[in-house]
Design a protein around this ligand. Structure first.
Ligand code: SF4
Ligand code: SF4
Length: 130
């Protein structure tokens, strides 16, 4: 079953958006106010930048059970993603997964357990702060 972002907007914090001069790990100024989030997390959703339109995290796209439904990025405090460079370097093997933190706080227990599970499965992961 395919996943949807639901109430998550972790990538609106974790990723950099060149068009907005938004740095990775910084709260996007265009995130909707809490009282308006019933319409979605982005206050300019229909006109959001191309980088935002294109971005899909690994939790959203993977279909081989790397991450559980309940391990959505907002719950992990980090956005899992595989760069095209990492995918190319892996040459058909499982690439390194980078978890981009949504804040400056240290890795939380839930994320640590996910990364330990992946490590047992032979998957290399990196936790990256902004
Ligand atoms: S981090 Fe993933 S699940 Fe969350 S809003 Fe972004 S793409 Fe959707
Ligand atoms: S413009 Fe919208 S979709 Fe893009 S990072 Fe900001 S809040 Fe998120």
């Amino acid at each position: 079953m395919s996943r949807s972002c639901g109430p998550c907007f972790a990538c609106c914090i974790a990723i950099g958006v060149r068009q907005l001069d938004k740095k990775p790990g910084r709260w996007c100024p265009l995130i909707a106010a809490p009282t308006q989030r019933a319409q979605g997390a982005c206050s300019v959703y229909d006109g959001r930048p191309e980088e935002c339109r294109k971005f899909e995290c690994l939790w959203l796209t993977e279909t081989i059970g790397l991450l559980k439904d309940e391990e959505r990025p907002d719950r992990l405090g980090a956005v899992p993603w595989v760069s095209s460079e990492a995918a190319e370097a892996a040459g058909g093997n499982l690439p390194t997964i980078t978890f981009y933190a949504t804040s400056n706080v240290p890795e939380n227990t839930r994320l640590r357990k996910v990364r330990e599970r992946m490590q047992r499965e032979g998957i290399t992961t990196v936790f990256q702060h902004p």
